[in-house]
Design a protein around this ligand. Structure first.
Ligand code: SF4
Ligand code: SF4
Length: 481
């Protein structure tokens, strides 16, 4: 009997019958070991009173990886401490992150667009005019120069909308100001843009390069027919061909493009057509180092809409579709690679990372989203919701209580999360989803696919030649004992 020891609450015993081993993983320590089948089976059925049945060397390995712990330890105290520490780290962020919507208007008229009420109110300008621009410059200067516990070392600007490229002059003027401010103060500056891609002609690429706007996110929703049924100009004409033409003419080696796919079950069925066209235009896989994808499933009940259960995803389906998309992407890449004498890729899952618990964008005092009338929001996903305005840039006060709105929740106290065994590695950290509508919360892929992913990670890292006690250490690197 070993009365001073107990099993960790965060253990996972994952059988791998084909390899005749058990993978033992602990989400609090992030440690993973393999045990032979018989020992693993015993560990999987063990209770804390029975630890003495194990051999001393097995107990030692399990202890070293946080799977057996001193009985007096309350592991949840450690989880809470990590969450509080992460929150405090956001408070000291040395990055000033601004999301700016130069206009809420758009040259497209997508029916699913969530960009809010487009009817201008009396105080609305519909675009960032000269007064708002001056106020924004004053605000950013104030943030950089104010005596600050953590001096600003990085500035990141993301242009958002509406369609931000409708207001190229605004982007140019503010970028010039911020680039000069950054240079004067030794600050690293980078910028990105979320655009519908219809205005990306050669001159616009030049402009983006000039203002260091290197990361572009462009939406393509599946095949031509599917995309054009949802993403069309105000006159109803589809945008697919125009976007692909622009992407095919993107200068080499200057930009990173993320193709966002606002996915539902119908769009998923139409992805092959999109991949065919991207390949025919030489965009992807040919430019794999510059072009990537973000499969963004629309899930059930997000912000109280998307209620069609036959089309939209539940939390599980959301994560499953992401896994499926990754597999499809690797298949498509390898099909092309094998025809062009290019090395194929192997699907692997990243080893888990420790959770951050909260969204850095709403937690950091140096993170601000500005709408097209100069009003500040904390979460950029509300930038077109007039009810979520906190204050105007001309009256910027970082201590305004509204700036803390999304910080009024504690993930570790959410009933589901508090008892969840993947909480220490849960990557789903959207404060807004929790605060505004708990039903729209998405759970971690680790909750649904722990066993499948861990077996893949095991296959990738453990080879026949390695001895039986090879393990992946807490930081995810391979350690041999
Ligand atoms: S939607 Fe969620 S993750 Fe995105 S900025 Fe808002 S709070 Fe953060
Ligand atoms: S997987 Fe779901 S229940 Fe578990 S911690 Fe993450 S959000 Fe909470």
């Amino acid at each position: 009997m070993l009365p001073d020891l107990k099993l960790s609450y965060y253990n996972f015993a994952i059988p791998y019958p084909e390899k005749q081993v058990y993978i033992i993983y602990n989400s609090l320590s992030n440690g993973m070991i393999e045990l032979d089948w018989e020992t693993g089976l015993i560990v999987s059925k063990l209770n804390s009173m029975e630890i003495h049945y194990l051999d001393a060397d097995v107990i030692e390995v399990l202890q070293r990886n946080g799977m057996i712990i001193p009985r007096e330890i309350d592991e949840f105290v450690e989880v809470k401490k990590r969450a509080d520490t992460n929150r405090a780290t956001c408070d000291r962020s040395d990055t000033l992150f601004m999301v700016i919507s130069p206009t809420n208007t758009c040259n497209m008229n997508c029916p699913y667009c969530y960009q809010g009420d487009k009817t201008p109110g009396e105080e609305d300008t519909k675009y960032l005019g000269p007064e708002n621009m001056e106020a924004m410059k004053k605000m950013i200067t104030q943030i950089v120069y104010q005596p600050h516990a953590t001096p600003i070392k990085n500035i990141r600007i993301e242009w958002f909308g509406g369609e931000p490229l409708i207001r190229k002059k605004t982007i140019a003027e503010f970028s010039e100001f911020v680039i000069a401010l950054s240079k004067e103060n030794g600050i690293d500056y980078q910028a990105s843009i979320i655009t519908n891609g219809t205005l990306l002609d050669v001159a616009t690429f030049d402009m983006l390069e000039k203002y260091h706007i290197r990361d572009l996110q462009i939406t393509i929703d599946g095949s031509k027919e599917m995309h054009n049924s949802m993403r069309y100009y105000i006159n109803g004409k589809g945008t697919y061909d125009r976007i692909l033409d622009h992407l095919s003419r993107m200068p080499f080696g200057k930009f990173y493009v993320t193709i966002r796919i606002n996915g539902d079950k119908a769009v998923y069925r139409e992805l092959e057509g999109m991949f065919d066209d991207l390949e025919a235009k030489g965009i992807w896989p040919q430019r794999d180092s510059e072009v990537t994808f973000s499969w963004s499933p629309k899930f059930y009940n997000f912000l109280g809409y998307n209620q069609d259960k036959d089309v939209y995803y539940t939390s599980y389906e959301y994560q499953k579709s992401k896994e499926d998309f990754t597999k499809l992407k690797v298949e498509r890449f390898n099909r092309w690679a094998s025809q062009h004498s290019v090395a194929t890729k192997r699907l692997n899952f990243a080893y888990p990372s420790f959770a951050e618990f909260y969204c850095g964008t709403v937690e950091s005092p140096n993170s601000i989203s500005v709408d097209d009338s100069g009003y500040i929001h904390k979460c950029y996903n509300t930038i077109n919701d007039k009810t979520k305005r906190i204050q105007h840039v001309s009256e910027f006060d970082p201590t305004q209580p509204g700036m803390d709105y999304y910080r009024h929740f504690d993930k570790t106290q959410q009933p589901d999360c508090r008892t969840c065994k993947v909480l220490p590695i849960c990557e789903e950290n959207c404060n807004m989803r929790f605060v505004s509508n708990a039903e729209s919360k998405v759970c971690s892929a680790w909750k649904y696919f722990m066993e499948e992913r861990m077996r893949a990670i095991y296959d990738y890292n453990f080879t026949e030649e390695q001895d039986a006690h090879t393990m992946i250490a807490r930081n995810g690197t391979v350690e041999t004992c």
